[in-house]
Design a protein around this ligand. Structure first.
Ligand SMILES: O=P(O)(O)OC[C@H]1O[C@H](O[C@H]2O[C@H](CO)[C@@H](O)[C@H](O)[C@H]2O)[C@H](O)[C@@H](O)[C@@H]1O
Length: 259
């Protein structure tokens, strides 16, 4: 892998501490919440900038299709925010994919196990101010961003109890949320799988992510000589750091403008 890095100073990216990279030799993986869009009070309240769909479309072109959004959200929800996105999508932390337009899903997708888990989450959330239950095809989330500290603690205790009760799922802490997902999925597994085949194979992996659920993928990419970029503050195994989603989109724009 040569000629990937270009350390040319870019005065438009004051917060950037990562180099630019040639999209022609990169496999680009980008998280959604906190990376392409700012965190909002509620999952449904995030807003996609006017420029983002066009930017992603240009990126898919310059990277010859080696662009994938890797999200904890479902593929369907990602497409509701980015209907024109033509690249690949890994949803539900790897529990679903849309690769080259072909959909696949985890065996638990839409199952009775998922339904029962969500019923418990939902009944609990309804009685707790500021708590929100989010349904997913392969799991569920308990959000406590708008809850008091005392209620947030209740959520954590209850989630631990639910993990014991619903053995098909594993609990993962996320940003002001607790996510239940099948134990055999993970963003790093999805990235590893994609990197084995065209158009990703042989390219340098580039991964942007902001959350603890991105950390295994950031470390995976770093260990293979790729460009790992943590967005925002907090501990990370990534090599580089971006300050914000704005910083990320500036970086991606610079990639699309490379000759
Ligand atoms: O993997 P991602 O694309 O980053 O998705 C991770 C989770 O993001 C969403 O929750 C987070 O963002 C919300 C909106 O900004 C915020 O309100 C919440 O506190 C965050 O945890 C989404 O709701 C989850 O389903 C995703 O798994």
């Amino acid at each position: 892998m040569t000629d990937v890095f270009d350390t040319t100073d870019d005065s438009d990216t004051p917060g950037s501490t990562f180099p630019s990279a040639d999209p022609g030799v990169c496999a680009i993986f980008v998280d959604f919440d906190g990376t392409l869009v700012e965190i909002a009070d509620r999952p449904e309240a995030v807003s996609v900038s006017d420029a983002l769909p066009g930017l992603l479309s240009d990126l898919v072109d310059v990277a010859n299709g080696a662009v994938c959004i890797v999200s904890g959200r479902s593929v369907e929800v990602i497409l509701s925010f980015l209907p024109s996105f033509a690249g690949d999508i890994v949803g539900c932390h790897g529990g679903e994919t849309r690769i080259c337009g072909v959909a696949s899903e985890h065996r638990l997708s839409g199952s009775e196990e998922v339904k029962l888990l969500f019923e418990d989450c939902s009944a609990f959330a309804e009685e707790r101010p500021g708590v929100q239950a989010e349904a997913k095809p392969t799991g569920a989330v308990l959000h406590y961003r708008r809850a008091s500290e005392a209620v947030a603690q209740e959520v954590k205790d209850y989630a631990a109890e639910l993990e014991r009760r619903h053995g098909a799922f594993e609990l993962h802490p996320a940003k002001m949320a607790l996510e239940f997902r099948p134990p055999d999925v993970g963003k790093e597994k999805a990235v590893e799988r994609l990197m084995r085949a065209a158009p990703y194979a042989g390219r340098m992996p580039v991964y942007f992510g902001d959350d603890t659920t991105d950390e295994p993928a950031l470390s995976w990419v770093r260990a293979r000589g790729g460009l790992s970029v943590k967005v925002g503050t907090g501990e990370t195994g990534a090599e580089f750091r971006a300050e914000s989603p704005q910083d990320v989109t500036r970086f991606l724009k610079r990639m699309t403008q490379k000759e």
